[in-house]
Design a protein around this ligand. Structure first.
Ligand code: HEC
Ligand code: HEC
Length: 240
């Protein structure tokens, strides 16, 4: 689906001038918005937030921040789960290990119900996708980022309405190399990959990117900048 949207955007942006294709791009932007909305639903209906509580109560003593205080190489990071978890990195494998234990890890089958175990497994797999990065996690969970005081969720709406036509999925339909991915922002964004630099570019525009200073207020620009930086940390991953 993402490939399809990007392809149609690329075709409409390159076959004719931007102005003549606002209608088509508007449709594509709406499609992009659908993808963003779907992206917040956790897989399999497990309750990831409930899983977080179970984790803090039962697992964090040994696995705070996704680490492992007893066997330091056996973390809950993506690569370690792929390497060490019996059955590979998936929720069913986590459920089995939590239920029955393994070596120095105790069994939780007698202490936690099936639903709690499913939720905590979903939490572990979801966090491993984000590299246990709290900012990316807060954004994905739809929480506000206390650290910066920005409203990332509001920023997502601004993005869908104003930016997704050219930048759906963090891509760039006009200058394909100048994406909103981490590496591209580090390379091309004037001032480097940070919120202030995004705010400046959104306010003033740059080459084929229009200026939004006259159209969006400062709070909106701050929120959309925070959304862009946060998404770049999570690799604009839409499956999560
Ligand atoms: C007393 C410490 C302790 C507690 C509490 C604990 N674990 Fe573990 N955990 C371990 C150890 C030790 C291992 C490595 C086991 C092995 O492979 O020998 C491990 C491994 C894992 C792995 C596989 C990681 C890998 O890289 O192999 C997962 C997933 C996991 N734990 C999830 C959980 C969850 C979820 C909870 C809470 C319900 C939990 N653990 C509670 C000690 C603990
Ligand atoms: C009409 C298409 C268009 C729209 C709409 C648009 N941009 Fe852009 N954007 C571009 C182009 C083209 C560039 C590359 C500018 C250059 O460096 O020449 C760019 C670059 C960027 C960059 C730097 C990326 C990089 O790798 O250099 C950021 C950040 C950015 N845009 C954010 C936004 C945000 C946030 C919005 C909405 C408020 C937005 N853009 C709306 C076309 C657009």
């Amino acid at each position: 689906m993402r490939t399809f949207i990007l392809l149609s955007l690329t075709i409409s942006a390159t076959t004719a001038a931007w102005n003549q294709h606002q209608v088509q791009l508007g449709k594509a932007a709406a499609a992009g918005a659908v993808v963003f909305c779907l992206s917040t639903a956790p897989a399999l209906g497990a309750n990831v937030e409930a899983g977080e509580q179970i984790f803090n109560t039962n697992c964090a003593a040994c696995h705070a921040g996704g680490q492992n205080v007893i066997m330091p190489e056996k973390t809950l990071e993506k690569e370690a789960l792929e390497t060490y978890l019996t059955g590979g990195r998936n929720e069913a494998a986590v459920r089995i290990q939590v239920t029955y234990g393994k070596n120095a890890m105790p069994a939780f089958g007698g202490r936690l119900g099936d639903e709690d175990i499913a939720n905590v497994a979903s939490f572990v797999i979801t966090k491993s996708k984000f590299g246990w990065d709290d900012d990316a996690w807060n954004q994905q969970a739809g929480k506000k980022l206390g650290k910066t005081g920005r409203d990332v969720e509001a920023g997502e709406q601004i993005f869908n309405a104003n930016c997704a036509a050219c930048h759906a999925g963090g891509q760039n339909v006009i200058m394909p190399e100048k994406t909103l991915e981490k590496e591209a922002l580090e390379l091309y964004l004037t001032g480097g990959r940070n919120e202030a630099a995004v705010r400046t570019q959104v306010t003033n525009g740059k080459n084929a990117m229009p200026a939004f200073g006259g159209r969006l207020g400062e709070a909106d620009i701050a929120n959309v900048a925070s959304f862009v930086i946060t998404k770049s940390k999570a690799g604009w991953d839409e499956d999560l």
